[in-house]
Design a protein. Structure first.
Length: 306
């Protein structure tokens, strides 16, 4: 392995680990006060990160305002933000709020299977055998996590399961909507993500303008900045830059570090008790997603902040 490939691999491992850690910061925030909501966190994170990325892109010479010269591009980016980034981020934080970062991240991790389902249903691209087998394994894993193997019992609440699946669907829409735009390099990826975040955050603010009373405590702002910087800006840059040195397959395989980081952190910091069923289910999901990524690399982080 060359030095550049080692560098790229380390960069994506750190990026995925940081995305997993962001869920821990979110859980710590929710534990501080019930007035801190997923809606407020998603709104403020999206708007702040979007503005910062657009400012950076302007300094890089990407001319972010150019998208308004092409209304089609602007609408695609808005759709990417509202139908892609909103479910993947709001759904994820809701799953963290009602459950924990570990289960939220593992449920979100099945997102690629919704991409496979979409391609089969609407683009008439039949799934390969490995994808069908992997999908069955992944959903068995989710079933085990959700029920611990008992048909008449839910080990996690329906809200956690619902919002985790919403986040997984968001991974799919977040990947598919801007795919053509990013593939043709018509608009720089940082501009797409910056405007997508800003559009999504402003749309959520318009839908839910009421703001909760946030306790003015150091721990609140430390965690919020952790989500913004460690969970958003740094991993986004690391992930994009890693693609200069590694291929998409390596990139996708390193995604496994996100649920691993979230799970280990939840055990160490929040005393999460992992049952045997939790471990088996999580391993099945991770192995299944890794299997399809070996066959068909999915570059969903190029257009997503985790």
């Amino acid at each position: 392995m060359t030095n550049k490939k080692v560098l790229g691999t380390v960069m994506i491992i750190v990026a995925c680990t940081f995305w997993g850690i962001s869920g821990l910061f979110a859980k710590a925030l929710f534990n501080v006060s019930s007035s801190i909501t997923s809606m407020w966190l998603t709104q403020t994170r999206m708007i702040s990160a979007g503005v910062i990325l657009l400012i950076i892109s302007q300094f890089k010479g990407d001319r972010p305002l150019q998208i308004f010269h092409n209304l089609h591009d602007a609408w695609v980016i808005f759709a990417y933000g509202f139908f892609g980034l909103v479910p993947v981020q709001f759904g994820y934080f809701m799953a963290v709020q009602y459950g924990n970062a570990s289960i939220a991240t593992v449920l979100q991790f099945v997102g690629p299977f919704f991409i496979i389902a979409y391609l089969a249903a609407f683009r008439h691209i039949p799934p390969r055998r490995i994808e069908i087998i992997s999908a069955i394994i992944a959903f068995i894993g989710v079933f085990i996590i959700a029920t611990h193997g008992r048909m008449n019992h839910l080990a996690v609440t329906t809200l956690v399961l619902f919002w985790g699946i919403v986040a997984a669907i968001g991974v799919a829409t977040n990947t598919l909507i801007p795919q053509q735009m990013l593939r043709t390099n018509r608009v720089p990826s940082m501009v797409v993500t910056g405007w997508g975040l800003l559009f999504a955050g402003l749309a959520l603010l318009a839908i839910h303008p009421g703001q909760p009373h946030i306790p003015n405590l150091p721990i609140v702002w430390i965690c919020w900045l952790g989500i913004l910087i460690i969970g958003t800006l740094i991993p986004f840059q690391l992930a994009n830059n890693s693609l200069k040195y590694i291929d998409a397959t390596t990139f996708s395989l390193m995604d496994a570090f996100e649920p691993l980081a979230a799970t280990i952190g939840s055990v160490l910091l929040f005393n999460l008790h992992m049952t045997g069923a939790d471990v088996i289910g999580s391993v099945l999901v991770i192995v299944a997603v890794l299997a399809i990524n070996i066959q068909i690399p999915i570059r969903h982080r190029g257009s997503e902040i985790g």
